[in-house]
Design a protein around this ligand. Structure first.
Ligand code: UDX
Length: 492
């Protein structure tokens, strides 16, 4: 089918094609964006790259969990294995391979989407910045292309700095130098990917950057109240419209409550949005017993511990974490994903938890609900951007222990700029030393018992209020969503 010709046909419903990255921390924001676009009357097709996160997702239409979305598998036989050994340790090689596997089948996939009634011609394509394989294909077809950036604006500036400095891995005393271009940041806070192959890292980062800067617009899962200075800097250098409409999970939830699906039907048989506004594909089943367990505890008493979907812990880190939690004297809810952990050490931790009777270990928690629970007083996080936005949306102070990529900048923003958390610097020197249980216990005490922690909680509640304001009808994220919708309409 001639996609170019197809685009120019008159069609009262604009059809958008979304290309998510099939890793949990990227899939979730793209699905929230999909919900928002559906609520504004667009038809939406999501390109599916089969992965463990999407294993259970049935692509037939209507899908019971996502009745309004259409899904198109990229091709038979193209699947990604996002096991921690691949994606967690060397995420750059993983992305390089995934993008190159998807490039060829994508053109045929777009053809199938464009010729499938009743969706028809494609008004525009929106892809996750890390999935850059559609860039050349849609350029050839003259389909407008927008990018979704799932991390902070500061991270984008950090990546640009690395690019300017030739991606040289900084060493020695240079690591603790302050960056003039990014206030409060040191060289070692830049989004470095120490565990990734250098060549893959450079190639992937250059392609992501090019895909972003040549897009028709950038949709950003961030907010002006958090990142106005970084957004201003980016706007000053890029001639691309930017739409900061975060936190996407909150905006999607707010809008879904008021959206009347019966007014939004675009075709016969389309069933409207599911009542479950928080529905996203999940790799692991949520353990609902966490909430019952939290119900048993007094307000603000529990430490919630989770390091996202990719971080792999070593045996010694597991031991230090459990000892630190035991020494803190606080009840804790700790997410340990089943696969990366050796079963003997997990057994030892379970025993320690049972002995102390203060902890609960789970393999996957309903995190947003956990963070909204009154008994949670502190979130020990790896500073993934989704986790950070979810925590700030509920006014929960954080203990930040960053691992890789964007997480270092986010830790720094949380502790040094927004001041709603504490950075667990395992060593103040140049190289990070090993995690130490006693330092963990003392950091938890600072957040949960000291005046310093009470001040963090006050700041966290004030920030939550600012986020709530951004989501109101006249708030910045809501206004930018309106502008984004108008922008897409004028493209098509
Ligand atoms: C990765 C990167 O690490 C992160 O820095 C980047 O910004 C996005 O991609 P991830 O490590 O998985 O993501 O962390 P994060 O961004 O925090 O996303 C994790 C998601 O999983 C969150 O939405 C969180 O709510 C969810 N989660 C985590 C659960 O629902 N249950 C859990 O038990 C743990």
């Amino acid at each position: 089918m001639d996609l170019k010709g197809a685009r120019s046909r008159k069609n009262h419903v604009h059809h958008l094609v979304l290309v998510p990255c099939p890793l949990q921390g990227h899939l979730t924001p793209m699905f929230h964006l999909a919900n928002l676009l559906l609520s504004r009357g667009f038809a939406v097709t999501v390109i599916q790259i089969p992965s463990p996160s999407w294993r259970s997702l049935d692509c037939t239409h209507p899908n019971p969990s996502f009745p309004s979305l259409f899904f198109e598998p990229i091709a038979d036989g193209v699947a990604c294995d996002d096991d921690a050994s691949n994606a967690g340790e060397d995420v750059m090689s993983f992305l390089l391979e995934l993008n190159s596997k998807c490039r060829e089948p994508f053109r045929d996939c777009l053809d199938r989407v464009a010729s499938s009634a009743p969706r028809g011609c494609i008004s525009c394509l929106i892809h996750d910045a890390v999935m850059y394989f559609p860039v050349d294909v849609v350029e050839d077809l003259s389909i407008p292309r927008l990018v979704l950036r799932t991390s902070t604006a500061a991270n984008f500036l950090g990546l640009s700095l690395l690019d300017q400095k030739g991606f040289l891995p900084p060493q020695g005393t240079r690591l603790v130098e302050m960056l003039q271009e990014l206030p409060s940041m040191r060289v070692k806070d830049l989004p470095l990917f120490d565990k990734c192959k250098q060549a893959s890292t450079e190639e992937v980062l250059i392609k992501i950057h090019k895909g972003t800067t040549t897009a028709s617009a950038i949709i950003w899962n961030t907010l002006t109240c958090l990142e106005q200075p970084s957004l201003d800097k980016i706007s000053a250098t890029l001639s691309v419209p930017i739409f900061p409409i975060g936190p996407l999970h909150r905006l999607s939830a707010e809008i879904m409550v008021t959206w009347a699906p019966e007014n939004q039907k675009i075709e016969e048989g389309r069933t409207g949005y599911s009542a479950a506004t928080d529905e996203v594909p999940r790799r692991w089943a949520e353990d609902r017993s966490c909430i019952e367990w939290l119900d048993l505890h007094p307000p603000g008493s529990v430490v919630y511990v989770s390091f996202g979907s990719l971080v792999t812990l070593s045996e010694s880190e597991l031991t230090e974490i459990s000892e630190g939690l035991a020494e803190s004297g606080r009840p804790f809810l700790w997410v340990i994903r089943a696969r990366p952990v050796n079963s003997a050490s997990l057994e030892a931790i379970r025993e320690l938890t049972n002995t102390s009777k203060r902890g609960k270990i789970t393999s996957w928690a309903p995190q947003r609900e956990v963070l909204a629970h009154r008994s949670v007083g502190c979130f020990w996080t790896h500073s993934g951007w989704n986790s950070t936005l979810e925590s700030m949306s509920e006014g929960v102070p954080m203990l930040c222990w960053s691992y890789v990529g964007d997480q270092r900048i986010i830790s720094r923003l949380v502790s040094g700029v927004w001041k709603v958390g504490l950075e667990l610097e395992v060593d103040d020197g140049i190289d990070s030393g090993p995690l130490n249980g006693s330092k963990v216990a003392s950091a938890i005490k600072r957040i949960m018992s000291d005046e310093e922690g009470r001040e963090m909680k006050r700041k966290a509640m004030a920030l939550k209020e600012q986020i709530d304001v951004s989501l109101r009808q006249s708030g910045s994220s809501r206004q930018f969503l309106d502008k984004l919708v108008a922008f897409i309409h004028q493209l098509a």
